[in-house]
Design a protein. Structure first.
Length: 460
């Protein structure tokens, strides 16, 4: 809303080249609001805005832009402007940007950084993607355990400017090992003469640099912190991860899981940044696998060709039966994948889940079967379809088949994520289309098996 409100005004100010007026207008906005406005402005105007902002404000707004717009902006600025912009970014934001940019642009920017900035950025780029080390920032406030509260507060005032957060102060010994962390509020409220090491606060919680993004998110959820320290194998302090870093990881993770659930590989980048052939590769493999799976459906249909030839009316309900099984399986797998991701359900809970899905799916199958029975009976009563003179046998076949197919679909859909997690694979690869394809084949077998039993001696 802020971007829409100011866009026309800013374009008019830029057209008049009233740079002082533009600077004053932007100075009243927070960096996220400036970034929102930038996304709505023409590319030529975006470069102008960054030229009138101070380095600190420009870097702050730049960090909120999508990666594709960051790259476009970098190409529109001079090397000196770009270097100043990137140098003002926090090391973790800078590392993620350089990781996304083309290799030639990354090399050019790295060469222009100061030795200290270059070392901090390379240290972060040295950690595998998706780990705590890649998301941390080495900019934090640390105090020595032998400092008094008064000395520590003076140290915070002296060194805290430009740090990502001052909410937590970290107590680090002479060897660089993390001793504890203290909330700034607890430090302020402590007596001036009390040693920092003696200030009572929450138990220390730290994250190994090699921890996965999932472990980081779980730690933030469990301990309810705004920032957590990152340490190496020896317990030495490396940096901190803040809540905004976790939100970014969670967004990427959720996006990847949603794309996998849709039956494709995760894109890993914004939609318009994925090239034509890369898009074909990410989607074509899954579509081919699903297509080959559906050929088994045709094979199953061929197996019951004689039954279909005897009573074509039986084939009328094939789409109804297999789609119900696929829908129930897709529901179950989507629910369980998310529950596993949120750790609401653990691997050891598979038997409880099995029993719950068994009872639930039996009731759902019975309900859907009753709807199907009523539908067949109603069509017959209204004279719209005679079902070869055996409407109630057909209705009973549909009912019994739906109970079996819905139950089977739910059980397969709920157990497959557990199986994938057990063998070390991402449960999200148990996509809804994959489960639906698997259940289609078994649904046909169940339907025609039930039909052959109920309709034997009449239509079959």
């Amino acid at each position: 809303m802020i971007g829409e409100f100011l866009q026309a005004d800013l374009e008019e100010i830029i057209a008049r080249k009233a740079w002082d007026e533009l600077r004053d207008a932007l100075s009243e906005l927070d960096p996220p609001d400036v970034a929102e406005i930038l996304t709505d402005l023409p590319a030529a105007d975006t470069g102008v805005i960054f030229r009138v902002l101070t380095r600190e404000r420009a870097a702050a707004a730049f960090s909120y832009l999508p990666v594709d717009e960051q790259e476009e902006l970098i190409r529109s600025l001079s090397l000196e402007q770009t270097t100043g912009l990137v140098a003002e970014m926090t090391p973790d934001d800078r590392a993620r940007l350089l990781d996304e940019l083309p290799a030639d642009v990354t090399r050019r920017l790295l060469a222009a950084l100061s030795p200290e900035e270059l070392k901090a950025t390379r240290d972060l780029l040295g950690y595998p993607p998706g780990t705590a080390g890649r998301y941390m920032t080495p900019e934090y406030v640390a105090v020595r355990p032998d400092m008094t509260a008064a000395e520590a507060l003076r140290h915070v005032k002296r060194t805290g400017r430009g740090k990502e957060t001052l909410a937590i102060v970290y107590v680090v010994d002479a060897g660089g090992r993390l001793v504890e962390d203290v909330r700034l509020g607890a430090l302020v409220m402590a007596d001036d003469s009390v040693s920092v090491a003696d200030i009572e606060d929450r138990p220390l919680v730290s994250i190994p640099a090699a921890a996965s993004g999932d472990d980081v998110v779980a730690a933030f959820e469990r301990y309810d912190r705004v920032a957590l320290p990152v340490v190496d194998a020896d317990g030495k302090m490396l940096g901190i991860i803040t809540a905004d870093d976790v939100l970014e990881f969670s967004q990427r993770k959720a996006t990847a899981e949603m794309q996998k659930l849709g039956g494709s590989e995760a894109l890993d980048r914004p939609y318009f940044e994925v090239g034509f052939f890369e898009m074909l590769k990410k989607r074509g493999g899954w579509l081919a696998a699903l297509f080959l799976g559906e050929t088994l459906t045709a094979t199953a249909m061929g197996r019951y060709e004689s039954e279909i030839a005897k009573a074509a009316v039986v084939a009328l309900f094939v789409p109804l039966i297999i789609s119900s099984g696929g829908n129930s399986g897709s529901q179950a797998t989507s629910i369980l994948i998310r529950s596993l991701a949120l750790q609401e359900v653990k691997l050891a809970d598979w038997w409880r889940v099995f029993r719950k899905e068994l009872s639930t799916s039996l009731v759902l199958g019975t309900f859907l079967g009753a709807v199907g029975f009523c539908r067949v009976s109603l069509w017959y009563a209204l004279g719209w379809k005679d079902y070869d003179g055996h409407p109630f046998l057909i209705a009973a076949t549909v009912w019994a088949s739906l109970v079996g197919v819905v139950t089977f679909g739910s059980l397969v859909g709920s157990m497959l994520p557990f199986l994938l997690r057990k063998v070390g694979l991402d449960p999200a690869t148990a996509s809804a289309p994959f489960v639906a394809t698997l259940v289609d084949v078994t649904g046909l077998v169940i339907y025609f098996t039930v039909a052959s039993m109920i309709l034997k001696g009449t239509l079959l």
